[in-house]
Design a protein around this ligand. Structure first.
Ligand SMILES: Cc1ncc(COP(=O)(O)O)c(C=O)c1O
Length: 390
């Protein structure tokens, strides 16, 4: 087996599963293994565990348990929200228009693009400022009577910016128009109370908050028009066919509960380390820029551009030096193209190629960050020379 890199600084890509979470999951693999749809005792045991988990999550995000649909993760939640509402709104009131931002995760943006290409939906992009934030006035101006859905990311995976969406939510509610938010990156760090955010749909995924990969939630406000995109049995209020994954759902609820109750212990430590990284990098590394908002950003998230650097080369050098970081989003790894989020924010290719995302977590220490910062300027300089000699 490969050894772990010494210092993991990629908590936005994923997090290790908390040992307390593993412990509560274990019985559901081979002791409490019934199918939650079965009438018998074994099935009812699984059903009870799933319903308790639904209630735990509903209490945290302040909704009714029946407004929670379990999915296979953030990607599926985004797909169900966008596609499910688009199809239902077209069927119900011929709504054909989707309003999204140019800084969405591919789970949202590629779903919208497919709806445009194969199903003739009209996808329009809300303008964003240089930090990736949407202005409520722009939403009011672009809403049409045939708008089916507005989707705005809550906290950006690549640049860490937080969108202030509760005012946008009020605007959408006045127009009886569903607002979806992708809260996959936000869930571990921000209170995601659906009634304070004024959202009608919200996606989260467990592996970003020390839960298992392959399980997530779509919150769907009662009365929101939505059709299933995975058809079959009538599990999950008929919105997501397939036998629910009891061990993962139980693990997700435990992970979310722990994350919610311990967030205030971890956020201040991470925010202080994040600020130290940002200050040091901007001072010590020439031709570097912070991406995303300087203040309205996730407490664990620092992201940069280095002019004339090949981001993937820098990541490889960092890996060899013992640091696991990312260039923006885990999904982009290996892609020779700069991120479309960075290009949408107006950065040139020369800047956008040189992206670095450093994301901190529960295990990150001051020593980790000092050691990382002691190596980074030299590695950026080497990566710059590497680009010139190509
Ligand atoms: C903002 C955002 N949305 C959606 C996803 C996809 O989530 P999952 O990996 O659970 O499918 C991610 C994962 O990186 C993300 O950061």
């Amino acid at each position: 087996m490969m050894e772990n890199p010494k210092t993991y600084l990629d908590y936005a890509a994923t997090t290790p599963v908390d040992s307390r979470v593993v412990e509560v999951m274990l019985p559901y693999f081979s002791q409490i293994y019934g199918n939650s749809s079965s009438i018998h005792f074994n099935g009812q045991q699984a059903e009870t565990a799933i319903e308790n988990s639904r209630e735990t999550i509903a209490n945290i995000i302040n909704c009714k348990p029946e407004e929670i649909v379990f999915t296979s993760g953030g990607t599926e939640s985004d797909n169900l929200a966008i596609r499910g509402v688009a199809f239902a709104s077209r069927e119900k009131r011929r709504a054909n228009h989707l309003l999204i931002t140019p800084v969405e995760h591919h789970a949202v943006s590629n779903t919208a693009l497919q709806l445009a290409k194969l199903h003739n939906f009209d996808v329009e992009y809300l303008p964003v400022n240089k930090y990736g934030q949407v202005r409520p006035d722009d939403v009011s101006a672009l809403i049409r009577k045939e708008t089916a859905l507005v989707s705005i990311i809550l906290a950006n995976n690549e640049i860490g910016t937080i969108n202030e969406i509760s005012e946008i939510g009020s605007i959408c509610q006045e127009m009886a128009l569903p607002l979806h938010t992708d809260a996959v990156q936000a869930a571990a760090y921000l209170p995601i109370n659906v009634n304070e955010l004024n959202v009608d749909l919200m996606s989260i995924g467990a592996h970003k908050f020390y839960g298992p990969k392959g399980v997530g939630v779509l919150y769907i406000r009662d009365g929101t028009p939505i059709l299933p995109i995975q058809t079959g049995g009538d599990q999950e209020m008929g919105l997501r066919a397939g036998t629910p994954n009891a061990p993962y759902i139980v693990g997700m609820a435990e992970a979310f509960h722990i994350s919610h109750s311990e967030r205030d212990n971890h956020n201040p430590k991470n925010a202080a380390l994040r600020d130290r990284i940002i200050e040091y990098v901007l001072e010590e590394i020439p031709d570097s820029k912070l991406t995303g908002h300087p203040i309205e950003r996730l407490p664990n998230h620092a992201s940069f551009l280095f002019h004339g650097v090949d981001g993937n080369m820098l990541l490889t050098m960092l890996d060899v030096a013992g640091f696991a970081c990312s260039s923006g989003s885990a999904c982009k790894t290996g892609s020779p193209e700069p991120s479309d989020v960075l290009l949408a924010l107006g950065y040139s290719h020369e800047w956008a190629f040189g992206s670095l995302r450093v994301t901190l977590g529960r295990q990150t220490t001051r020593t980790d960050i000092d050691s990382f910062l002691s190596k980074l300027p030299e590695l950026v300089a080497h990566a710059r020379k590497g680009v010139k000699s190509l």
